[in-house]
Design a protein around this ligand. Structure first.
Ligand code: NAI
Length: 385
C-alpha cells in the first residue's frame, strides 16, 4: 500500500473536526499528515504545526501559500491530497484552488455556501480528473452499509416510508453570544450559509436517507423555526419528504432539543420489512417484521460481511468491542485513499473502494438546503429539489 501524504486546511488549536480528520486518516497507516495551514490566524497555524511535530518548512500561514509551496516540491514529495476542515463559507474557494492546482480533495460538509458554487465545483472535479471526497461520515458506519445492501437486495420490499432525525440540544441558548467558536460561525449566515441547523446537521440526515434507500428526495415541505431570540438562522426544522418511486417520509433536525446529543437515527419501512439504526448505538442494525421477532444484526460478525462486502470491509475489530465515530471517518478516508491509489496505478477502482460520498452528494446537499429554506420561507409549500 502506497502511503499517501496529506495536507490540511483548518483544524487549528481548539477546532473540532480537524483533529478528528487527523486521527481518523492515520488509523489504517495508509495516510500521513505532512503539511498544513491550520488556522485563519497565521501565527496560530505555525503553533499548531509545531504541536503536531511537522517539518516547519511545511507548516504554512495560508492555504494559498501551502498550495504554491507544495506545487514547487518534486512530485514524489508533494501532498497527494488536501483535507478542507474549515467553516462552510471557505470550502468552495479552498477546494477550487486545490483542484485547480491538481490536488485531490477531501472536503467537509455542507460542500459550499450556494447551489451555484456546488455545481461549479462538480464541473471542476470532473474536468480535473481528481478524486473528491465529502465527509458525510454517518453513511460510513458498517451497519449503515449493511442496511443499504439489505435494501438493495430487496429484503425490505418496495420502500414506503422513511423517518430520519438528527436532534441535538447544544444551541438551546444563545451560545454564540459568548463567542464560542463553533456556535459563532454556525449561526452567522455569512459563514454558515442560508441555513443553520438544516445545513449543519439536516444535510447529514438527508444524505443518510438517500444513501440507504438509494432513492433521491424529490420534493420537500418544510417548517423551519428560530426558537432562540437573537439568533439569525434556523435552530429547528421539520420537513416532509417525497422520494422517487412513491416513497414518503419525514426528517427532523434540531439544535434546541434540550438534552439530546447526536441522536441521528433512521427508520425505513418497506412492503415486507423495516430497518432501524441509531448512531448513538451504531454497532447494531434492527430488522423489523410483522410476522417474526425483531432481528438484531451485530457488527463484526461473519454474517454481516457475507451479506454486505462494503460493511465487512469497513470493520476493524471483533464484535462486542464498539466501533463508532472515528472509525466512520477512517472508513471514508480508507476508500478515498484506495481510489486515489487506483487512479495513480491506472486501475479501475472497485465498487467498494468508490463507496464514499463525493461531489454529487455535495450538490444534493446544497439543493436540499435550498429547497428546505425556500419551502419554509414561502409559507410551508411543497418545493422541488
Ligand atoms: P471550528 O470552528 O472548530 O474550526 C475551524 C478551523 O478552521 C479553525 O481552526 C479556524 O481557525 C480554521 N480556519 C478558518 N478559516 C481558515 C482558513 N482560511 N485557512 C485555514 N484555517 C482556517 O469548526 P468545526 O466545528 O471543526 O467545523 C469545520 C467544518 O467541519 C464545518 O464545515 C462543519 O460543518 C464541518 N463539520 C463536520 C462534522 C461531521 O460530522 N462531518 C462535524 C463537525 C463539523
Amino acid at each position: 500500500m502506497r502511503i499517501l501524504k496529506m495536507g490540511q486546511v483548518g483544524g487549528g488549536i481548539g477546532a473540532f473536526i480537524g483533529e478528528v480528520h487527523r486521527k481518523a486518516s492515520r488509523m489504517d497507516g495508509g495516510i500521513v499528515l505532512v503539511a498544513g495551514a491550520f488556522d485563519v490566524v497565521p501565527e496560530k497555524s505555525l503553533q499548531q504545526g509545531k504541536i503536531l511535530g511537522l517539518d516547519p518548512k511545511r507548516v504554512y500561514s495560508t492555504y494559498t501559500e501551502m498550495i504554491a509551496a507544495e506545487l514547487a516540491l518534486p512530485k514524489e514529495e508533494r501532498v497527494d491530497f488536501i483535507s478542507v476542515c474549515t467553516p462552510n463559507h471557505t470550502h468552495f474557494p479552498i477546494a477550487k484552488a486545490c483542484l485547480e492546482a491538481g490536488f485531490n480533495v477531501m472536503c467537509e460538509k455542507p460542500m459550499t455556501l450556494t447551489v451555484e458554487e456546488a455545481e461549479e465545483l462538480a464541473v471542476l472535479v470532473k474536468a480535473s480528473g481528481k478524486v473528491f471526497g465529502l465527509m458525510h461520515n454517518y453513511t460510513a458506519y458498517p451497519m449503515v452499509k449493511l442496511a443499504k445492501d439489505m435494501v438493495k437486495q430487496g429484503d425490505l420490499g418496495k420502500i414506503r416510508k422513511v423517518v430520519v432525525q438528527y436532534p441535538q440540544g447544544w444551541l438551546y441558548q444563545l451560545l454564540e453570544k459568548s463567542g464560542q467558536m463553533q456556535a459563532s460561525w454556525r449561526t452567522n449566515p455569512k459563514t454558515s450559509g442560508a441555513a443553520g441547523c438544516i445545513g449543519d446537521i439536516g444535510t447529514h440526515a438527508a444524505n443518510l436517507a438517500e444513501y440507504i434507500t438509494g432513492l433521491k428526495i424529490t420534493e420537500v415541505l418544510a417548517d423551519l423555526t428560530t426558537f432562540v431570540k437573537g439568533r439569525l438562522l434556523d435552530d429547528d426544522g421539520n420537513v416532509l419528504l417525497h422520494f422517487e418511486k412513491g416513497a414518503k417520509g419525514l426528517l427532523h433536525a434540531s439544535q434546541i432539543s434540550v438534552g439530546e446529543e447526536n441522536n441521528i437515527a433512521i427508520w425505513i419501512y418497506g412492503e415486507e420489512k423495516g430497518l432501524v439504526w441509531h448512531q448513538e448505538n451504531p454497532n447494531y442494525l434492527h430488522v423489523l417484521s410483522q410476522t417474526a421477532p425483531e432481528q438484531v444484526w451485530k457488527r463484526g460478525n461473519g454474517y454481516v460481511a457475507e451479506k454486505s462486502k462494503a460493511a465487512g470491509r469497513c470493520t476493524r475489530i471483533p464484535s462486542g468491542h464498539p466501533e463508532a465515530f472515528l472509525e466512520a471517518f477512517a472508513n471514508n478516508y480508507a476508500n478515498f485513499a484506495d481510489t486515489i491509489r487506483a487512479k495513480s496505478d491506472k486501475r479501475k477502482a472497485t465498487a467498494e473502494e468508490l463507496d464514499f460520498p463525493g461531489v454529487e452528494a455535495g450538490v444534493r446537499g446544497m439543493k436540499f438546503i435550498n429547497a428546505v429554506v425556500s419551502s419554509s420561507k414561502k409559507g410551508n409549500v411543497w418545493t422541488k429539489i
